[in-house]
Structures are given as structure tokens and as C-alpha cells.
Write a protein that binds this ligand. Structure first.
Ligand SMILES: C[S@@+](CC[C@H](N)C(=O)[O-])C[C@H]1O[C@@H](n2cnc3c(N)ncnc32)[C@H](O)[C@@H]1O
Length: 324
């Protein structure tokens, strides 16, 4: 059934407040303290992420879009046998149009995202630009199993996957391998996946990208504490914490932290968490790859590298991999 925005019925598997509370309690009780980055994306966090994508320092989005635009014809040709396209972490679904514009045949598009309002808004905009596209959104945590909607599962040619934004870099290498293996199960043997992965580069470029001058990344990071206050009855004083993004050379990743600026106690519901001055909450990782390293990981997850496209400066890579 199609609604007034042109979308097939939403499959709603949004994580519950209880799941959010359990994850927050476990993460803040751990040493060192952590919070899962998937909870950044409430409605406000998703809007802030879109603003990050437009920042001059955030080379990732514009570089990936340039690669996708230049290679759209080749990507569309690789996708030709498939009847549906599943986008993991679709967000505002602003990149897939670059490829869809080269596809004229009937296709089912399945955007999957944890942020329901943003998912539906992005999908509705896409429906207006591509009126013949059949769009069947799923609000879900893609680290958990889910099934493709009937309309997608029923399409001849099977499903292909799209995972842009270097969102795969948010996973530790073993988690990224497990994610790809799970995607392979959801999509099926023979599935093609198009994955965007950020490349290793100089620290100054990385530092600027994750510590932007306008403070949008800081606002995005701190918004997680605001969300905990609002949804879980927390009393974080946001002025008592500061955003920090640091390169971890051993792990090959940029880490985002929230640094406690003083000794302080925070209550969330019935629980109390005591922070020392300088103690951090580790909120996100962004792993940086080499083309070879990404290929090895894809192989370990049951895929064969098919194609890899990069920009002239070697900042970003887009991979086509096929499930064995
Ligand atoms: C880094 S943003 C990328 C957005 C967009 N794909 C792009 O390339 O600009 C990550 C996206 O994945 C979603 N996301 C993050 N973790 C998720 C999870 N565990 N399950 C489903 N969606 C998730 C977020 O809501 C957000 O839209």
C-alpha cells in the first residue's frame, strides 16, 4: 500500500526507549565510558549531521558525491541485474539519486535507517524526484537482523546494497566484517554492494574535518547528552562537557569523545554516574582504510572486490563488492 507521500508502508523496528536506556547505562558504567554512536541520530542529531556534510572542512561528502556522480553510469550498469536496492543508513537519502538518475527500469528502493523522521522525510523527497521508483522504507538498527519487505523480496534479480558516507568506518574492523556478512545474508548470494570508505590521510585534514571551526560537530556530539536528558530523564549539564576528536594512530581511526570539564555527578533516572575532571565518554570511531585493507575485509566477510573508484587526491574510495 502506498501512502500520500508515495511510500510503501514503513516497516517500523525503531529501537525502544528501554533499549536506549540499557545501552546508555551499560556504556556509562564501562571503563572507559562509551555511548553507541547510533544514538546520535534523533531528529535534531540527523539535522546536525546534514549540516556537517555541508561544512567546508568535511571533505567526505563532497568527495564521495563527486566520485558517485562521475561513476554513476558504471555503477548503474553493475546494478542492472538487480530488482531492488537496499541503502543502509540512508539518512536523508541525498546520494542515491546520483545513481538512480542513470537507472530507467523498474526498481524497488529500500532505505534503512534508525532515525525515523529523517528517513521518512528523505524518502518522501526522493519519491517526488523519482515518481516511478517504488520506495519501501525500514526504520531499524541495521546491526540487528531484519527482513526485506515483500515488494523487494519479490523482485526478480534479487537485491543489491548501498552503504555510503563511510558509515562503515564507525565499526571496529571485526564489527565491520560482521556487518558485511549480515548484509550478505539479508541481500542474498550474488548480491552487489556499493560501499563508501574514507581513506587514510594526513592528520591535519582529519583533525579539521572532525573539529570544524563553526562547532557543528561539537553540537552533534553534545546533542547525545541532550537526548539522554530529554528521553531518559538525565541531568547532564552540557556546559560541563566539551567535544574532542582525536586521531588514534594504533587503531587507524578518529575518535570522538565528550570530555568532562570538571569533577561532576550526573543522574539518569535512578542511576548516578561520577565523572573525574578530564574523564571522557567515547562516542564514535571513524576508521580510515586503505583500498587493499578494505578489499581484505570484504573478502573476509564473503565478498569479492569488483571495482574501486577514488578521487584524484586519494581522499575517499567507493567500492563495488559482490557476495560469493
Ligand atoms: C554517517 S551518517 C551517513 C548518512 C548518509 N548515508 C550519507 O552518506 O551522508 C549515518 C547514517 O546511518 C544511520 N545509522 C547510524 N547507525 C545506524 C544503525 N545502527 N542502524 C540504522 N541506521 C543507522 C544514521 O541515522 C545516519 O542517517
Amino acid at each position: 500500500m502506498i501512502d500520500q507521500t508515495g511510500l510503501y508502508q514503513l516497516q517500523d523496528l525503531e529501537p525502544t526507549a528501554a533499549e536506549f536506556a540499557t545501552a546508555v547505562s551499560a556504556g556509562l558504567s564501562a571503563t572507559p565510558r562509551t555511548l553507541p554512536c547510533k544514538f546520535f541520530y534523533d531528529a535534531a542529531g540527523s539535522v546536525l549531521f546534514d549540516r556537517i556534510c555541508d561544512l567546508p572542512e568535511y571533505y567526505l561528502t563532497r568527495t564521495e558525491c563527486r566520485i558517485l556522480a562521475r561513476r554513476a553510469g558504471e555503477i548503474a550498469a553493475l546494478l542492472a541485474p538487480y530488482g531492488s536496492l537496499v541503502e543502509f543508513g540512508a539518512g536523508s537519502a541525498s546520494k542515491v539519486g546520483l545513481v538512480l538518475s542513470k537507472i530507467q527500469r523498474p526498481l524497488v528502493y529500500v532505505p534503512v535507517d534508525i532515525s525515523r523522521s529523517h528517513l521518512l522525510a528523505g524518502a518522501a523527497i526522493l519519491a517526488r524526484s523519482f515518481p516511478r521508483l517504488r520506495i519501501a522504507p525500514i526504520c531499524a538498527d541495521y546491526t540487528q537482523p531484519f527482513e526485506l519487505p515483500e515488494i523487494a523480496a519479490g523482485m526478480a534479480g534479487g537485491a543489491a546494497g548501498f552503504f555510503p558516507g563511510s558509515t562503515i568506518g564507525n565499526f571496529a574492523p571485526d564489527e565491520a566484517t560482521a556487518f558485511l556478512a549480515r548484509a550478505r545474508q539479508i541481500l542474498g548470494a550474488g548480491a552487489l554492494m556499493i560501499v563508501g570508505a574514507d581513506l587514510q590521510k594526513d592528520q591535519a585534514t582529519l583533525h579539521a574535518a572532525y573539529n570544524d571551526a563553526a562547532g557543528v560537530t561539537a553540537a552533534f556530539n553534545l546533542n547525545l547528552l541532550r537526548r539522554i536528558n530529554r528521553e531518559l530523564g538525565g541531568n547532564f549539564d552540557l556546559s560541563g562537557f566539551e567535544h574532542a576528536a582525536r586521531w588514534n594512530p594504533g587503531a587507524g581511526r578518529v575518535e570522538m569523545h565528550l570530555v568532562s570539564l570538571r569533577r561532576q555527578s550526573v543522574r539518569i533516572g535512578e542511576e548516578r554516574f561520577d565523572f573525574a575532571a578530564g574523564e571522557t565518554i567515547h562516542t564514535e570511531n571513524s576508521h580510515k582504510y586503505t583500498v587493499e585493507g578494505f578489499g581484505a575485509m570484504a573478502r573476509a566477510a564473503g565478498f569479492e572486490p569488483v571495482e574501486c573508484w577514488t578521487d584524484e587526491a586519494g581522499l575517499f574510495s567507493v567500492h563495488a563488492i559482490r557476495a560469493r
